[in-house]
Write a new protein. Structure first.
Length: 417
């Protein structure tokens, strides 16, 4: 079988991340403080993260979705404003996003190859990988996946097509991404009935009008059909209710189709290039356990904030000791009165959370407040069902930095949580 070779091709010795448990998040107080999370976020270089996870999770993951950098050689910024005029990008409030810069193709393949090989090790024998790329590097990735998985385990090349403006004037507009699907073995999960869609009205009309339609084969029109390997979903820029401002965010319907087709409720799924968090968000909504990671604090924060809004189980956040969360030196005065924690004149915030019994080590986020996706409004009070003992507040500012404020223990004897 032909192989793709370049001078520096190798799988380096893996160096596991030094993972530190940063926090446990109990969305809306669910299960606080007794439930143990079985879904986890990780901040750090994903090759180091995956290496650290191998002792526990090798051959254990049912589905992995990977949406790595595309070899575009661009820099992407994050839109952090709310309620702005989408037609006036010059007025948008922006912040650092992520870079997709490489000296050459060899350097990009040096990045991609060991990560794909480690993903293979993490997948269960019945597991499936969906690798999301575009025209810049998908051809090279397919040859690498043939080498890692075996050409016989190639399942699909899915084309995600979409509309939008394009600067191209001397070629056809490039308006699709490529998703390469490989299985680790022959006994893989594929839930056809979970992703069926209605037949086109013209098809229904044709079968209703002619007994000869379909050359004698009559489909179950009520049940619907399994989608073809080309999918149309609008880009997130056209989906106002989904937009986080994070660059290259993928639509929820696209990721949900992948999740429903190739995993089952209770399965353990993963996305180690989680970006805006669409995949772990879908996993949380559909009762899958997840592992998700990214090197960027902006990505991890965006993911946590989205998952908090829909999840009914706790999840954890760990980070490599080399991955730093940007601190903010500003003060954020906190007051505690009866069962209410309040912030006084904070800087513009995106998110804040309360640990009502701070132990000085692991932050246990029992209650959270989030900024609206459509406006700059965020609640500045959080009411708790019982009195706190030792309040600690963490707040993430609009620019992504973190303020931590500790309130001295209250003098009364509180009820037990």
């Amino acid at each position: 079988m032909p192989l793709l070779n370049w001078p520096s091709k190798t799988i380096p010795a893996l160096e596991p991340a030094d993972l530190r448990l940063d926090s446990i998040i109990f969305p809306g107080g669910c299960g606080y403080p007794n439930l143990v999370p079985d879904s986890h976020l990780f901040m750090g270089d994903n090759l180091r993260i995956m290496a650290a996870l191998l002792p526990k999770y090798e051959n254990q993951l049912d589905l992995i979705y990977a949406d790595p950098p595309f070899f575009t050689n661009k820099h992407y910024s994050t839109r952090i404003g709310r309620g702005e005029d989408s037609r006036r990008p010059q007025d948008w409030q922006m912040a650092e996003g992520y870079g997709d810069h490489w000296e050459n193709l060899d350097q990009y393949l040096d990045f991609l190859f060991p990560r794909l090989a480690t993903i293979y090790r993490l997948l269960a024998p019945h597991g499936t990988l969906y690798l999301h790329l575009d025209w810049h590097a998908d051809a090279y990735a397919r040859v690498l996946l043939d080498e890692i998985f075996g050409r016989e385990h190639f399942l699909n090349e899915i084309i995600w097509t979409y509309h939008g403006p394009s600067p191209i004037r001397r070629a056809f507009n490039r308006k699709h991404d490529v998703i390469l699907v490989y299985t680790k073995g022959d006994n893989y999960t594929f839930n056809a009935d979970a992703v069926r869609e209605p037949y086109h009205p013209n098809t229904v009309k044709t079968f209703a009008s002619s007994s000869k339609a379909g050359f004698g084969k009559v489909p179950d029109l009520e049940r619907g059909k399994v989608p073809e390997d080309w999918w149309y979903f609008p880009v997130v820029a056209r989906l106002h209710n989904e937009r986080t401002g994070y660059p290259t965010q993928k639509p929820e319907a696209l990721v949900e189709r992948i999740l429903l087709a190739s995993s089952n409720p209770g399965d353990l799924v993963a996305d180690f290039f989680c970006g805006s968090g669409t995949f772990p968000l879908a996993a949380a909504r559909h009762d899958r356990r997840f592992l998700a990671g990214d090197v960027s604090w902006r990505a991890i924060h965006t993911t946590r904030e989205r998952v908090v809004g829909c999840m009914q189980k706790p999840f954890s956040l760990s980070r490599d000791s080399t991955a730093l969360i940007p601190p903010n030196p500003l003060e954020c005065p906190v007051s505690v009165s009866n069962l209410t924690v309040s912030l006084k004149n904070p800087p513009p915030l995106d998110y804040w959370e309360v640990d009502p019994a701070w132990d000085g080590k692991i932050f246990r986020s029992a209650w959270q407040a989030r900024r609206s996706n459509r406006s700059a409004e965020i609640p500045l009070e959080i009411k708790m069902p019982v009195a706190p003992t030792n309040v600690c507040v963490r707040a993430v500012t609009v620019d992504g930095s973190v303020i931590q404020s500790h309130v001295q223990p209250v003098s009364h004897t509180p009820d037990r949580f």
